[in-house]
Write a protein that binds this ligand. Structure first.
Ligand code: G3H
Ligand code: ZN
Length: 283
């Protein structure tokens, strides 16, 4: 069955590894991601954004994730990514999600706390884990578009206050990564990760995990990051395969002939991330 993130996040923080959230965009993502988890014996999180839910269909998302989790025997969470309202969160919980993110980062601090608290109360009552967010992560992800100049680092003291008030199970803070691939190297504020992580009991979440150098990922994990979100790198690698195959074979029309190899590419990316994050062998 699908499990809440609390099945593996406390262990991740204690043993200093991170569990990957890999976003689903279609069936081939679900299959590629779960195959990687099986080969690496790793816990994993399926991320479903509101855009992906609109595309795949809410009940299909839950059915796909549930079957993948059941057949794999792995601890798998199905997590709403960047949920924008209490209403969306509730719809996902009722449909069968085992975890949700409420992203109130664009609200003033006290309003973010008030709204996140309401989500935590409802979700915890039924055993669902909650991720909250503070600070603004730059870049583009589905409906979320933040210009570079509007991206804002989280304030460490505010983040600690936010956690003490809300008691979320995972805390996303903007520390210099961005959604999408990077133009240059991200400058990660390790000092913020360190300061916040020491004073909250739950792991820090790193959004925009694509394109971050391996050493930066490892250092972040050593300081208290226990969940890392990856989407764009899977999109880049799988699309590269499809583009090349279609360019080289103008007669190719069977989707299995190009989506199968795309699925393999996703599996390879995810396996590499699981090793990098240290979650391999933790299931
Ligand atoms: O919420 C999802 C992630 O933050 C994905 O970021 O597309 O840069 O890998 P990414
Ligand atoms: Zn994100």
């Amino acid at each position: 069955p699908l499990v809440s993130m609390n099945h593996f996040l406390p262990q991740a923080k204690q043993e200093k590894f991170a569990v990957g959230q890999f976003n689903m965009n279609n069936l081939e993502y679900v299959q590629g991601i779960i195959e990687a988890g099986k080969e690496e014996k790793s816990p994993l999180i399926f991320g479903a954004s509101e855009g992906a839910i609109r595309y795949i269909g809410l009940n299909n998302v839950v059915a796909l994730a549930r079957i993948a989790a059941d057949e794999s025997g792995l601890p798998v969470a199905l997590h709403l990514d960047h949920g924008s309202s209490f209403d969306v969160v509730m719809k996902c919980i009722h449909a069968g999600f085992s975890s949700v993110m409420f992203d109130g980062s664009h609200y003033p601090l006290e309003e973010n706390i008030r709204l996140t608290k309401k989500v935590v109360e409802a979700a915890h009552a039924v055993g669902i884990s909650v991720e909250g967010e503070l600070g603004t992560i730059g870049g583009v992800e589905d409906d979320l578009v933040v210009a570079d100049e509007d991206a804002q680092m989280a304030n460490a003291q505010e983040a600690i206050h936010f956690w003490k008030e809300t008691r979320v199970d995972a805390l996303a803070i903007a520390v210099g990564t961005a959604h999408g691939m990077y133009k240059g190297e991200p400058k990660i504020r390790y000092d913020i990760i360190d300061e916040v992580s020491k004073q909250v009991e739950v792991p820090i979440v790193l959004h925009g995990g694509s394109g971050v150098p391996d050493e930066a990922i490892q250092k972040s994990i050593s300081l208290g990051v226990g969940k890392i979100n990856v989407n764009t790198e899977n999109q880049v690698e799988s699309t590269k395969v499809v583009r090349q195959l279609l360019e080289q074979n103008s007669e190719m029309i069977d989707p299995r002939k190009y989506l199968g190899p795309a699925r393999e590419a996703i599996k390879e990316v995810v396996k590499m991330k699981m090793r990098l994050f240290g979650s391999s062998g933790k299931a």
